[in-house]
Design a protein around this ligand. Structure first.
Ligand SMILES: [Fe+2]
Ligand SMILES: [Fe+2]
Length: 468
């Protein structure tokens, strides 16, 4: 591990002068992007952050006060596995690719660019949230997520510059040029162009959208392109914290809402400055449906090609499956035909987006169970739920059709008439925003959210996580 170089790394960067030069040329552009599009304000403040200093299970998370622009962004890959093999697809069992196979070059570049684009996008989406944090603990978590998304961008840029030559360098530059929500140069995926401008959005985003990241990275951690697999394996260790922030954040909102409901004779949390459960449900519906789109079309020749080439596997491909060829299985899914939902059987390889999406949905359901337990613990009978996977989709088989929250086909008019019951309205968003007043005293927390059950890395909640 070379921590003292300009770009910390464990890939022997100093021995590859061409790559080192390319990355050092990119570094000031990254910093100027971070300055312009990273967290607004607080750049000069000391934040109690963890920094990767080793990829081993103990050493990679080192905690100390750091000013965000001085965070040690770097290039960290999990150790190479001796005799790594392509773990699935048509080349199953062949030696893993250490270089980009020419015939898969475009597909691989597209996979890496698409993943890479999400990382700076989320930082852009979240850049104003520091100003309205509910506590110092939450502010610190926000900035931790932000710097790590910055490092994930480095991870993808390393692959582009290290393995794709000239066009890889161009793509690395373009990753700093697109802007979340900008109509002229938007980010590639739609969820990453949606505003994330209040903390309920932030928790829902890190719960649902970062969790999509977990599944994409897990599928790429199986890749036969060994540098990609090793990069993604290390990114997954960081990603876990992002989902923790979202999952526990929503849990704390739900808990506080339940407490306020009990204090009010009409069980009206809003009357006491809380976020009503129906608004929480609408935010869930919004971010869950946009995040489902990130998996791509239900029936996809790309998914079949990526799998056949050994580039993108299934979730826990090695652990969960015995047949890694998957050449003759089938998968049955519901599709719309002549205005009706009917089952259609497709070759398994063409359904792998849907298979991965199914794993993701199961994981999300566990989050819902935890939040519902928070309601039970407070003695309430109300429940939150996930909408059906067909609801409010913009990509794939269900895009262009209207479904209700249970997943039944309805007319566009019916959808429009009910939309305000299912998705956040302007009034809902304005109400949530009206609650977003910063609380920055040590140990204090906003009224609309419960404190966490413990602090970070053995520190109490009452700790100066950010020195203001
Ligand atoms: Fe990320
Ligand atoms: Fe993340």
């Amino acid at each position: 591990m070379n921590l003292n170089e300009r770009i910390p790394n464990n890939v022997n960067l100093s021995e590859d002068k061409r790559l080192q030069r390319a990355l050092e040329k990119w570094l000031p552009n990254f910093l100027s992007w971070w300055h312009d599009m990273g967290p607004d304000g607080f750049q000069e403040k000391d934040v109690w952050l963890r920094t990767a200093i080793d990829v081993g299970s103990e050493g990679w998370a080192h905690f100390d006060y750091v000013k965000m622009p001085e965070y040690r962004w770097g290039i960290f890959l999990e150790p190479a596995q001796p005799d790594a093999k392509v773990g699935f697809g048509d080349n199953y069992g062949a030696p893993a690719y250490q270089e980009v196979p020419g015939e898969f070059r475009n597909a691989l570049r597209r996979i890496i660019v698409t993943q890479g684009d999400t990382e700076p996008a989320s930082v852009e989406q979240q850049r104003q949230l520091g100003h309205t944090c509910p506590s110092l603990y939450d502010m610190r978590n926000l900035f931790q997520v932000n710097v790590e998304e910055g490092r994930h961008l480095w991870a993808m840029v390393y692959l582009l510059q290290g393995y794709f030559g000239r066009d890889g360098r161009d793509e690395a530059d373009a990753l700093l040029e697109r802007r979340s929500g900008n109509p002229d140069k938007p980010r590639i995926l739609e969820a990453f162009n949606q505003p994330c401008d209040d903390w309920l959005n932030f928790y829902a985003f890190t719960m649902f959208t970062d969790r999509d990241g977990k599944y994409q990275l897990s599928a790429l951690a199986e890749s036969g392109f060994e540098p990609l697999a090793r990069t993604c394996r290390f990114m997954l260790t960081e990603e876990a914290h992002h989902m923790f922030v979202g999952d526990t954040g929503l849990s704390r909102v739900v808990k506080r809402t339940a407490q306020l409901m009990k204090q009010n004779p009409n069980e009206d949390a809003r009357a006491l400055g809380g976020i009503p459960l129906d608004i929480v449900q609408k935010y869930i519906n919004f971010w869950f449906s946009y995040s489902l789109d990130l998996f791509g079309g239900e029936i996809s020749s790309n998914s079949a090609d990526f799998f056949a080439a050994g580039l993108k596997g299934r979730f826990k491909e090695q652990e969960q499956y015995t047949d890694h060829i998957a050449a003759d299985g089938t998968f049955t899914m519901m599709v719309v035909e002549n205005g009706k939902l009917v089952p259609r059987e497709v070759p398994l390889r063409n359904a792998l987006n849907e298979v991965l999406r199914g794993e993701y949905v199961k994981d999300c359901e566990k989050g819902l169970a935890r939040w519902n337990k928070a309601l039970t613990d407070e003695g309430l009978s109300e429940r939150l739920c996930l909408p059906n996977i067909r609801f409010h989709r913009h990509v794939g088989e269900y895009a262009g059709h209207s479904f209700n929250i249970e997943g039944n086909l309805i007319s566009k008019e019916e959808f429009e008439a009910k939309k305000s019951e299912w998705l956040p309205t302007i009034e809902d968003r304005e109400y949530v925003r009206s609650l977003m007043r910063p609380v920055t005293e040590i140990g204090k927390i906003a009224n609309w959210i419960a404190p966490p059950t413990s602090g970070i890395k053995g520190k109490p909640f009452e700790f100066e996580y950010v020195r203001l």
